[in-house]
Write a protein that binds this ligand. Structure first.
Ligand SMILES: *[C@@H]1O[C@H](CO)[C@@H](O)[C@H](O)[C@H]1NC(C)=O
Ligand SMILES: CC(=O)N[C@H]1CO[C@H](CO)[C@@H](O)[C@@H]1O
Length: 402
């Protein structure tokens, strides 16, 4: 298979498709009826220092992903070459909730460590660490796959993120989303913020957690190609693979689902949080129902269905690969976005990942808001098309390189 069938044009097309939908979703609930999402319905803490079996109880490896584990640093997401993009996705979803990850970002110019919440209709909330910026981390979000602008991202302080473990938290509610580093709030996005289009592009549908390490700029050729140039700029430039491996370590992840259900489904095609139906009673490992969401409506019976209409708004964020963004400060460049899909498959080269980018800004606190939205999608239960696209892109890029 190699590239014989791929032309530059098709590559460009693949890249642009990835760009506009960072991650791919196998069934977009705003386009048609899709299978319901299994709910976390409680709190799960995954101890990556306990090894693979503990992780595989709660997460699934993307195709081509291999992680190694040690009792001190936890799970290692290793980038040795452009063909690596180790990524895992939680098996279940949260519908508003709080997520904490204790991790150490990967070094390396062009390398991007990511921790993202993604929904089936491409709402997304992100943390992204650029290997070229050891003391910063970027926040971002997308609503319904809208990647028309890249002004939603902010860059905030995360000192020595590549040598020290920090706890990065996303507290996602219907009225606002709050990003914190070691308990210090670094960004608050309100549902009604202009950058979230007054709620229209605010992340508000059931999400799952995706963690991955990928390369936003595999080499000089990627830095020069139109399809990947923007992402390369955002990522800081081409990766020097002689410095590999570039490792992102994840020690633990705690997901608290504010919803209380066995599954979540879309009651209509609106993609609105108020359309989400919670079915079944929650039976998480720990309970907690935090705030909003469906807890109020929490259902208890087995097949009861409740709509989360009680929530009022939500907040959202974005996922990783995709976009990048600028930061508060202002820089934004536009770039292309990339594909988060890249992360999804191991096979994919990270080159695919183009994200867009820009930004350099930094700020630390903030509430920046940006406006656009877009979301990302992600493969839900399977990686069909995206894999094909990513693989095609990877092969194509490989071909180009050679
Ligand atoms: C996408 O975002 C842009 C920029 O914020 C906005 O102008 C546009 O209306 C949005 N499109 C949709 C379909 O929400
Ligand atoms: C949190 C919660 O509701 N846990 C329940 C899950 O189901 C078992 C068995 O029915 C109960 O014993 C738990 O209390």
């Amino acid at each position: 298979m190699r590239s014989s069938t791929l032309s530059l044009a098709s590559l460009a097309l693949a890249a642009s498709q990835l760009a506009s939908a960072q991650t791919y979703t196998s069934c977009n609930p705003t386009a048609k009826t899709c299978p319901s999402d299994p709910a976390i319905g409680g709190t799960i803490t995954t101890d990556f220092t306990a090894g693979e079996s503990a992780v595989l109880a709660d997460y699934t490896y993307a195709t081509g992903t291999t992680l190694t584990y040690d009792s001190t640093n936890g799970g290692a997401f290793t980038m040795n070459s452009a063909s690596n993009a180790p990524t895992i996705s939680s098996n279940k979803y949260l519908f508003f909730g709080k997520v904490d990850v204790v991790m150490r970002a990967a070094p390396g110019t062009g390398i991007v460590s990511s921790f993202v919440l993604e929904s089936d209709d491409l709402d997304e909330i992100d943390w992204e660490w650029l290997g070229s910026q050891a003391d910063n981390v970027q926040t971002n979000f997308f609503g319904k796959g809208n990647t028309t602008t890249y002004d939603r991202s902010t860059t905030v302080a995360a000192s020595a993120s590549q040598s020290a473990f920090h706890t990065y938290t996303i507290d996602w509610n219907s009225d606002k989303t709050v990003w914190s580093v070691d308990g210090t709030v670094v960004r608050t996005l309100m549902y009604a913020d202009a950058v979230a289009l007054g709620g229209k592009n605010y992340p508000q549908t059931p999400m799952r957690v995706k963690i991955g390490n990928w390369c936003g700029c595999v080499d000089a050729a990627a830095a020069a190609a139109d399809a990947t140039k923007g992402t390369c700029e955002w990522a800081g430039g081409p990766t020097d693979w002689t410095q590999a491996p570039f490792v992102q370590y994840v020690k633990s992840v705690t997901i608290q689902d504010y919803g209380c259900a066995e599954s979540y489904s879309y009651g209509d095609l609106s993609g609105s949080f108020s359309s989400i139906v919670s079915t079944g009673s929650c039976n998480g490992t720990s309970s907690s129902s935090g705030s909003s969401v469906s807890s109020s409506s929490a259902v208890s019976g087995a097949s009861t269905k409740t709509t989360a209409s009680s929530q009022s708004s939500s907040s959202g964020g974005v996922f990783a690969e995709s976009s990048s963004s600028s930061s508060a400060a202002a820089t934004m460049s536009t770039a292309t976005t990339a594909a988060s899909g890249a992360k999804t498959t191991g096979t994919a080269t990270s080159a695919g990942a183009v994200s867009s980018g820009s930004g350099t800004a930094t700020s630390s606190s903030s509430t920046t808001k940006s406006s656009s939205s877009s979301a990302s999608g992600k493969p839900k239960h399977k990686y069909g098309t995206i894999d094909v696209v990513v693989i095609a892109l990877g092969l194509g890029l490989g071909y180009l390189v050679m």
